[in-house]
Ligand binder design. Structure first.
Ligand code: ADP
Ligand code: TRP
Length: 332
């Protein structure tokens, strides 16, 4: 059976982009793979959260994973910091990661621009930690959105380098995975590229927002004055709304509005109202479950404890092998 590993940093509530870019694949893969899904809380230290925020964000994402349908009976669901083996392997793998390649990572370059006052070493070696998350369970596939593609390439480089350096076949070379064959990019509501929690006010549709907040966001999404010629290409802002609609609405609904657009008869107010209705129909049951699960502390304790045990045992098996390969041999 193939192994899958993936995680999300706990930096707030999850949005539709996280769901369709990553979590939806997790749900499918827990049925067919040896699956490890985790909350990347060590990764989120790069932005220096307060201890209270860190904990409440882990709590939030954990409840959201479960509410979305991750099943601890079918997958190993764990919190990254519960598995100290990850930090140990990270130390070793850092010795074979080079400044030049780390500086060239698109996400690092981006952070240098956006968080100028906090360009810490953890940001630079973020791809190493991510590679360790994956390699420590010898994953074959990693379901992620398009933005993580380069990190997967780096993971393969680190794996190959380690194997080559010691003349072993210890690590796999994992591939980024997408359900549809193509890595997904869910657009945001404000026409700034991908939906993101850092995409600014009104950009992301969060599962755990109140219905009226979500409705308002959608109704306020940027449109234009409408098509002027039949069958004209849709400008980006309009195409983005259609893309979101195609994730949550029926094909008939999408086709209906597409036909109206092509005939220059679309009324954006109606279009967005329908989009809001379908988004809420999709999100609301999950949102209710988030609230319930968040309050069930003993369930969360049980899930994370069992997940930690399973993840530690898988990680320890790899680490034992790695220590031996590197040459850490005990005298006692
Ligand atoms: P954000 O950009 O909101 O900070 P993260 O970087 O924490 O989201 O992403 C967590 C996971 O969700 C990653 O696998 C990422 O690729 C995926 N993801 C996030 N936003 C999108 C999006 N708009 N489209 C597709 N996948 C996404
Ligand atoms: N870097 C990923 C993100 O920003 C989160 C992540 C950390 C991850 N470790 C991982 C994803 C391992 C997949 C596998 O979203």
């Amino acid at each position: 059976m193939k192994t899958v590993v993936s995680g999300i940093r706990p930096t707030g509530k999850l949005h539709l982009g996280n769901y369709f870019g990553a979590v939806k694949s997790f749900l499918q893969m827990q049925e067919t793979h040896n699956a490890f899904f985790f909350i990347a809380d060590i990764h989120s230290l790069t932005t220096h959260p307060t201890p209270a925020d860190l904990h409440s964000n882990v709590h939030q994402v954990l409840a959201e994973y479960l509410a979305m349908g991750l099943d601890p009976e079918k997958c190993t669901l764990f919190v990254q910091s519960d598995v100290p083996q990850i930090s140990e392997l990270y130390t070793y793998m850092n010795m074979n990661a080079y400044l030049g390649e780390l500086e060239r990572s698109a996400s690092f370059k981006e952070k240098v621009k956006t968080q100028r006052n906090n360009v810490n070493a953890g940001l630079l070696t973020y791809p190493v930690l991510m590679a360790v998350d994956i390699l420590i369970h010898k994953a074959d596939v990693v379901p992620v959105g398009k933005d993580q593609e380069q990190h997967l390439e780096m993971t393969r480089d680190f794996a190959k380098r380690f194997n080559h350096m010691y003349g072993v076949q210890c690590f796999n070379e994992p591939e980024a995975y997408s359900r549809t064959g193509k890595l997904v990019k869910v657009p945001g509501l404000t026409n700034n590229g991908k939906m993101s929690k850092s995409g600014g006010e009104g950009d992301a549709i969060f599962f755990d927002d109140e219905e009226k907040v979500t409705h308002k966001k959608i109704m306020r999404a940027v449109t234009d004055s409408g098509p002027e010629t039949m069958n004209q290409e849709k400008p980006e802002a309009i195409q983005n709304l259609f893309d979101i609609m195609s994730l949550v609405s029926s094909t008939d609904t999408v086709d209906h509005f597409d036909a109206l657009y092509n005939k220059c008869e679309i009324r954006y107010g109606d279009f967005k109202k329908q989009l809001s209705e379908d988004v809420l129909k999709f999100i609301s049951p999950i949102r209710e479950r988030i609230q319930d699960i968040k309050e069930d502390k003993s369930y969360l304790q049980q899930v994370t404890q069992a997940g930690a045990e399973k993840a530690k045992s898988s990680a320890e098996a790899t680490l034992k092998e790695v220590r031996e390969i590197i040459g850490f041999r005990r005298f006692y």
